[in-house]
Design a protein around this ligand. Structure first.
Ligand code: TYD
Ligand code: MG
Length: 467
C-alpha cells in the first residue's frame, strides 16, 4: 500500500505542495496553505482502513449507447445554455458573483420543472426557509410542488435525498456552505467543498437525478471558489452581468453533453429573470447614431449572432503617459490594434488618451471585433460619425491585413434583420450570400479601412459643394 503522506493544499487555488510555505507558488497568495490528509474525506480516498477491492465488469467501446435523456425546463434561454435541458444523472455547476441572480434563476427553473410534474428538491444552505419562501412568492413559484430544505451537512442532505421517490432535479445552493463530518478542515475550504461536491456527484450518478450546484466566485482566499470543482462536474455555466445593468448572461464554459460557448440572456426585473430572445435589440437599444466613435459589431455567441455597439473615445491627453482604458474587451488586443494603426496606417495616438467601451456592459471575446474597434477608434479621432446602417467585423493581423472570420452569412443575416443595410467586412470572406456582393465593402487591410473612413469627410464636402 502506498504510504499515506500528508499534503499541503492552497485553499485559494487548490495547488498541492509537498511542504508548508507562507506563499503559494500557484496563485501567489499568502497564508492560504493548509495541511490536509489525502486519505480523509468521502471521496478523497478509500478511507483509513484499506478494504479489499471488488472487481468491476469490463466492457467494450462499441455497443448500445443509451441516449442521454434530457429534462428541458421550458425556459428557452436556460435550455439553450445547457444544450437542450438538464441531462439525467449529470452534475451542473452554476458559478457567479454573489448577488448576480443564481438563486433566482434556479428557483424559476425549479418552479418550471415542478409545474411539469417533476420532483424537484431545493436545498438552501445560505437562506432560511422563510427567506426562500419569500423569494418564491415574488417569483410566483410558491404554489408549485418544489420541496425545500435548509441544510448544510452533506450526510444529512444525502439521507434526505435518499428518502421517498427519486428526485429528478436537486439544487444545492451553495457548495461553499456544504460541510461533511468526514473531512477535518473547516467549512468553505477546498477539502470541504470538494468532499461535499464529490458526494453530491456520486448521488447523481447512482440515482440518475440531475444535480445543480451553485458556487460563488470569490476573491477571498479563505473560501474555495467554483474553479476547484470545475473538473469534477459534467457542465459548468457562469452567470455573469454588470451590476449597473439589468441583463444577465448565462455562459457555458464546459459541457460534456453539448456545445460550449452558448449563451442564454436574461433581464432582471422585479418579478425575477425574464428571458431575452433577441439580445441584439437589447444591446443596441440606446444608440446615438450621430455621435462619432461608435461602430456596430456583428458578433457570434455560439450558434447565435449578437449585434453590439463598440464605443471609443480618443482625446488629447493632459498627462505624460496617455491613458488606455477598456471595458468589455481585451486590453492587450486594444494595444495591438493601436500599434497596427500607428505602424501601418500613420494614425498617431501617442499623445491621445484612448477609452474603449462595449455598450450595455457586454463582454466581447472574439478577435472578429478588431475591425469594429479600429473603426470606432478612427471615427472618434477623426470626429466623423460612421454610417448608422453599417456593421463591422473582421480580424486584424499584426501586418495590418484583415482576415476573414467564420459565420459571415449568419452575421449578415442578423444585421439585415435589424435594419443594417451595409457591412464592412474582410475581402475574400467565404459564404457571402449570393447576389448581394455589391452591398458589402470588402476591406483588404487596415489602411484601406482608415482611408474609407477618412474619405467619408471628403465625400461629404463634395456632396455639399455639389448641392
Ligand atoms: P440572488 O438570486 O439572491 O443572487 P445570488 O443567488 O446569485 O447571490 O439575486 C439577488 C439579486 O437579485 C438581488 O440584488 C435582488 C435581485 N432580484 C430582483 O431584482 N428581482 C427579483 O425578483 C429577485 C428575486 C431578485
Ligand atoms: Mg443565492
Amino acid at each position: 500500500m502506498a504510504k499515506a503522506r500528508t499534503q499541503f493544499v492552497c485553499q485559494n487555488c487548490g495547488t498541492v505542495h509537498t511542504r508548508w510555505a507562507g506563499k503559494c507558488d500557484g496563485c501567489g497568495e499568502w497564508n492560504t496553505i493548509v495541511e490536509e490528509d489525502p486519505m480523509g474525506g468521502i471521496g478523497a480516498g478509500p478511507g483509513k482502513v484499506p478494504k479489499k477491492g471488488r472487481p468491476v465488469t469490463l466492457t467494450s467501446l462499441s455497443g448500445e449507447i443509451e441516449e442521454a435523456p434530457r429534462i428541458p425546463t421550458g425556459m428557452a434561454e436556460l435550455d439553450r445554455a445547457t444544450g437542450g435541458g438538464f441531462v439525467r444523472g449529470s452534475a451542473v455547476l452554476i458559478g457567479g458573483d454573489p448577488g448576480i441572480g443564481k438563486s433566482t434563476l434556479l428557483m424559476q427553473a425549479a418552479a418550471a420543472l415542478s409545474r411539469k410534474g417533476r420532483r424537484v428538491i431545493y436545498v438552501s444552505g445560505e437562506e432560511a426557509v422563510a427567506q426562500v419562501r419569500l423569494r418564491a412568492q415574488r417569483l410566483q413559484a410558491a404554489e408549485t410542488d418544489v420541496l425545500l430544505a435548509a441544510e448544510t451537512n452533506v450526510e444529512d442532505i444525502l439521507a434526505t435525498l435518499a428518502e421517498g421517490k427519486r428526485p429528478d432535479l436537486v439544487i444545492i445552493d451553495s457548495i461553499q456552505t456544504l460541510w461533511s463530518d468526514t473531512a477535518d478542515s473547516a467549512p468553505g475550504t477546498v477539502t470541504q467543498v470538494r468532499t461535499g461536491v464529490q458526494a453530491m456527484i456520486r448521488f447523481a450518478k447512482q440515482t440518475g437525478a440531475t444535480m445543480v450546484l451553485v458556487g460563488h466566485v470569490t476573491k477571498d482566499g479563505q473560501i474555495a471558489g467554483p474553479r476547484v470543482v470545475e473538473h469534477m462536474v459534467d457542465a459548468v455555466l457562469y452567470f455573469e452581468g454588470d451590476r449597473g445593468h439589468h441583463y444577465r448572461i448565462l455562459r457555458t464554459v464546459k459541457n460534456r453533453f453539448g456545445p460550449t460557448d452558448e449563451i442564454g440572456v436574461f433581464e432582471m426585473s422585479d418579478r425575477g429573470l425574464r428571458e431575452v430572445a433577441n439580445p441584439s435589440e437589447l444591446f443596441l437599444g440606446e444608440r446615438n447614431e450621430k455621435a462619432p466613435g461608435a461602430a456596430v459589431f456583428a458578433g457570434m455567441e455560439g450558434t447565435r449572432p449578437v449585434l453590439v455597439e463598440v464605443q471609443a473615445l480618443v482625446a488629447q491627453t493632459s498627462l505624460g503617459t496617455p491613458r488606455r482604458a477598456v471595458v468589455g474587451w481585451d486590453s492587450s488586443r486594444l494595444s495591438m490594434i493601436l500599434a497596427v494603426l500607428e505602424a501601418h496606417c500613420g494614425v498617431r495616438l501617442g499623445s491621445h488618451d484612448v477609452y474603449l467601451n462595449v455598450a450595455g456592459g457586454y463582454r466581447i471575446s472574439e478577435p472578429a471585433a478588431d475591425m469594429a474597434v479600429a473603426s470606432a477608434l478612427v471615427s472618434s479621432l477623426a470626429g466623423l460619425a460612421l454610417p448608422a446602417d453599417c456593421v463591422y467585423f473582421g480580424e486584424v493581423s499584426l501586418s495590418g491585413a484583415v482576415r476573414p472570420v467564420a459565420h459571415t452569412a449568419q452575421r449578415l443575416k442578423e444585421a439585415e434583420k435589424l435594419g443594417f443595410a451595409r457591412a464592412v467586412l474582410p475581402s475574400a470572406s467565404p459564404d457571402l450570400p449570393k447576389g448581394t456582393a455589391g452591398r458589402w465593402s470588402e476591406i483588404e487591410s487596415l489602411p484601406d479601412l482608415v482611408a474609407r473612413i477618412a474619405g467619408s469627410r471628403v465625400r461629404a464636402v463634395e456632396e455639399m459643394d455639389g448641392n
